[in-house]
Design a binder for this molecule. Structure first.
Ligand code: P6P
Length: 337
């Protein structure tokens, strides 16, 4: 392996070459990365660390919180609140926004996160992850409100996730491509292991929860039926299927070898546009996927163009290999007439 490049060196060189990373943003990313190392320690303890099982509470989504959900949320809040780079934070695990306490300096960024995505996999030792999104606080007024967070995803200053799997890997974009850093546990440092990540434009692998098939809208059913028809069908090739039920793991596979991930609207809860959350799941993952040459839509529109109305807004998500996402989106557009 050639000369090791650390996360800090990568960020400094990105700033020197492209000017994408002002000092406060660099500090923010390094603090989040350090928090993810701390989370990895808790996640990796498992049954040895009294971190498994339910916390006995519910989050704003009405979902039972796992102990690790609460722990990881606290780690991210405590790591980020004092540094002077943030004005406020928002999390899947908190109803409202979290204002940086007055005893700390206020910064110009807003941080949103799903502290531990894929919670259903915690107790069965399957990969889970932390997803984060960074926005700039709108200028021109003092204080911070929930409305300041409601920006379309194309305004993100940075986005990333950390996957806690066989390796602990941090994936990051600041709008100039996607880089991957693997945690060197012996030194406790993030090491650049891939830069300029590219998603193949075509794929033979789809990711969707097939048990929901009877509830899907026709365009989704049409697309999956064509994949299942294989060589003899209209696609003329066989497809493979994967579903980890951990968005971070499915997206990481797609960044690594291509594929399409779908969590579409379905008629189980027709009033909801989808299961996944726009601000701290679909937007950061959509930014990363687009920066790697992929695409992300809600079936009809680019995810990053959606104007959020609420902090915990849900959205239908179709993302991954560009040509497949465009095909599924065209089926939705045709069906919409
Ligand atoms: P289902 C995890 O709970 C999550 O939010 C995503 O990470 C994942 O893709 C999806 O839900 C899995 O949902 O309905 O298949 O359990």
């Amino acid at each position: 392996m050639g000369k090791r490049v650390s996360l800090t060196q990568y960020l400094v060189e990105q700033q020197r070459m492209h000017g994408h990373i002002p000092g406060q943003l660099r500090l923010l990313i390094e603090v989040v990365a350090r928090a993810c190392k701390r989370i990895a320690i808790s996640v990796n303890k498992g049954a040895l660390g009294d971190v498994l099982g339910s916390a006995g509470t519910e989050n704003v989504q009405g979902e039972v919180q796992k102990k690790l959900d609460v722990i990881c949320n606290e780690v991210l809040i405590e790591a980020n609140e004092w540094g002077g780079h943030l004005a406020a934070m928002a999390s899947e695990e908190m109803d409202g926004i979290y204002l940086v306490p007055n005893r700390f300096p206020q910064g110009e960024y807003l941080l949103l996160f799903d502290p531990l995505d894929g919670s259903s996999n915690i107790d069965v030792n399957v990969s889970i992850g932390t997803i984060f999104s960074v926005l700039k606080k709108p200028e021109g007024h003092t204080g911070v409100s929930e409305g300041d967070f409601l920006q379309p995803g194309h305004q993100q200053a940075a986005a990333g996730y950390c996957i806690y799997g066989p390796q602990t890997t941090l994936v990051l974009t600041v709008g100039d491509g996607v880089a991957m850093f693997t945690l060197d546990r012996e030194q406790g440092s993030w090491v650049l292991t891939q830069d300029g990540v590219k998603i193949p434009e075509d794929t033979k692998e789809f990711a969707i929860n097939m048990s929901n098939m009877r509830h899907w809208a026709p365009p989704v059913k049409r697309y999956i039926d064509e994949c299942l028809a294989g060589k003899e069908g209209p696609r003329g090739k066989d497809f493979n299927m994967r579903w980890v039920a951990s968005m971070v793991a499915d997206v990481h596979r797609i960044l690594t070898r291509g594929g399409i991930f779908m969590y579409p609207w379905d008629k189980r809860e027709p009033e909801k546009p989808g299961k996944l959350r726009l601000m701290y799941e679909a937007n950061p993952m959509g930014f990363i996927v687009e920066q790697a040459g992929g695409a992300a839509t809600n079936g009809l529109q680019r995810v990053l163009d959606l104007q959020p109305g609420k902090l915990h807004e849900r959205v239908s998500v179709i993302l991954g290999s560009k040509n497949e996402v465009e095909r599924v989106t065209s089926y939705h557009v045709d069906a919409a007439g």
